[in-house]
Design a protein around this ligand. Structure first.
Ligand SMILES: Cc1cc2nc3c(=O)[nH]c(=O)nc-3n(C[C@H](O)[C@H](O)[C@H](O)COP(=O)(O)O)c2cc1C
Length: 148
């Protein structure tokens, strides 16, 4: 059993719905999964006490990446986080009509690399909310669990 932390930022609830689906699925497989909004988790202690960290954020903006306010504390704090060597992955909801589709995944993975976190698998990019993308989300969760 792994201790997994999911932390998300979500404006309209789409990324949140993915986070909750991941939590439910991985908990159902016997893992201890904590799921919280980024606003409620102190950035510096993000990975402390967890085997695996999953970070997620949507993006808003047209030619530049604009992260939700909930994610603000994380934007500049990666260098201070305890993620070096930690098993990590990223996910996001987005809209494939935008050029920077699910760019929150790219942003988070860049930060993981900068602090030498261990990226377990390519980030999950979901077009819209969880219910209509269940198969994709569950397949990603199972691949992730197989790497823990
Ligand atoms: C002004 C605006 C800009 C957006 N920019 C992007 C974008 O660059 N990339 C993307 O994938 N989605 C973009 N979106 C779509 C949202 O990120 C998408 O609806 C997402 O599902 C919202 O997730 P959330 O509810 O978790 O915040 C944009 C939406 C709006 C209204």
């Amino acid at each position: 059993m792994a201790k997994i932390r999911i932390v998300y930022a979500s404006v309209t609830g789409n990324t949140e719905s993915i986070a909750e689906m991941l939590q439910e699925h991985m908990s159902g497989k016997g893992h201890d999964v904590d799921c919280a909004n980024a606003e409620n988790v102190e950035a510096k202690a993000l990975g402390t006490g967890f085997d695996c960290v999953l970070l997620a954020t949507s993006v808003w903006g047209t030619d530049t990446i604009e992260l939700p306010n909930d994610f603000a504390a994380y934007e500049d704090a990666f260098s201070e986080m305890d993620l070096t060597g930690k098993k990590c992955a990223a996910f996001a909801s987005g809209d494939s009509g935008f050029e920077l589709y699910c760019a929150g995944v790219d942003f988070i993975e860049e930060q993981y690399k900068a602090v030498n976190a261990e990226i377990l698998l390519d980030g999950l990019r979901v077009d819209g909310a969880a219910p209509e993308n269940k198969d994709q989300i569950i397949a990603w969760a199972d691949e992730l669990l197989s790497k823990l």
